[in-house]
Write a protein that binds this ligand. Structure first.
Ligand SMILES: C[S@@+](CC[C@H](N)C(=O)[O-])C[C@H]1O[C@@H](n2cnc3c(N)ncnc32)[C@H](O)[C@@H]1O
Ligand SMILES: [Zn+2]
Length: 274
């Protein structure tokens, strides 16, 4: 275990059912087995991250296997590398982390949403979970062989600090045609999605994969998926009704998976986040 105290950045050591640093900060292990390393002074709202309804919707959708090809693509990349320690940031309810736990020797999942981590820790016993922000990773410098980031925010400086030299960051982001059919329902001119290549100082882009497939969804499944997307708040009432009444909704996925390798130069800086 390589947890760091979120308050003073000293290593945390397990003492029965809690973790403590040399400065006396203490964090109890929850009954589901996760650690809450998000001190109240680092919270930006009372319940940050995805709420219970969003987490339940995501779990139902992912459990139905609709995004399994994405999970398989990333798992294949990880299996081709020698990954001992892995961190999934913004892991949500743990669908991907649970599978990565079968590939890496030690897997960690981190999310700012406590309810998401509770769901993840309860179901996936092969990974360690914590409530924390990806802006301040509670892990030692150069401690992870791989960090995975699937549709989740990150702090590039923190990624560079925590990944070992020669280790990787794997990102999954939307490609141009991702969920285009939702946009066609919502906007009069549906445009292809264009995303700038992220700025990843200290890393070199090694591989780009573009898994894409077509999903055949029931109206209810489509409504659940729409709820998981940023388009949800733009959808008018008629759109939700139309989806719920349709027997079949055919929708494209289009993902971009990038593998970034950390260069060998040492990095120890920690970005101060207000
Ligand atoms: C779109 S969801 C993706 C979840 C998961 N990776 C998946 O694909 O199923 C984004 C996740 O990032 C989490 N999140 C948002 N801001 C975060 C932050 N600053 N640090 C860590 N997690 C964050 C949310 O709670 C949510 O679970
Ligand atoms: Zn401390």
């Amino acid at each position: 275990m390589s947890w760091l105290c979120p308050l003073c950045h000293s290593p945390l050591l397990q003492v029965t059912n809690s973790y403590r640093c040399i400065n006396g900060h203490q964090f109890d292990v929850a009954k589901e087995g996760y650690l809450n390393l998000l001190p109240v002074q680092h919270k930006r709202s009372k319940e940050p991250g995805d709420n219970g309804e969003m987490i339940q919707a995501r779990r139902a959708f992912l459990d139905a296997g609709h995004y399994q090809p994405l999970r398989d693509t990333i798992s294949q990349v990880l299996a081709s590398l020698s990954v001992q320690t892995l961190l999934d940031i913004g892991c949500g309810e743990g669908y991907y982390t649970g599978t990565f736990g079968e590939i890496a020797r030690e897997s960690y999942g981190l999310d700012v949403s406590k309810i998401a981590i509770r769901y993840a820790a309860k179901r996936y016993r092969n990974a360690h979970f914590c409530v924390a922000s990806s802006q301040r990773l509670p892990f030692a410098d150069n401690s992870m062989d791989a960090i995975v980031r699937i549709f989740a925010p990150c702090n590039a400086t923190e990624l560079a600090r925590v990944v070992k030299p020669g280790g990787v960051v794997i990102t999954a982001t939307p490609g141009p045609r991702h969920l285009l059919q939702f946009k066609e329902l919502i906007y009069s001119h549906a445009e292809l999605h264009h995303e700038e290549l992220e700025d990843m100082p200290h890393f070199e882009l090694k591989q780009t994969l573009q898994p894409a497939w077509t999903m055949e969804l029931t109206g209810n499944q489509a409504a659940t998926l729409l709820q998981m997307t940023p388009f949800a708040w733009r959808a008018r009432q008629e759109v939700w009704q139309q989806l719920e009444q349709s027997a079949l909704f055919v929708c494209e996925t289009d993902f971009v998976v990038r593998v970034w390798e950390k260069r060998a130069e040492p990095i120890t800086e920690r970005q101060a986040v207000k």
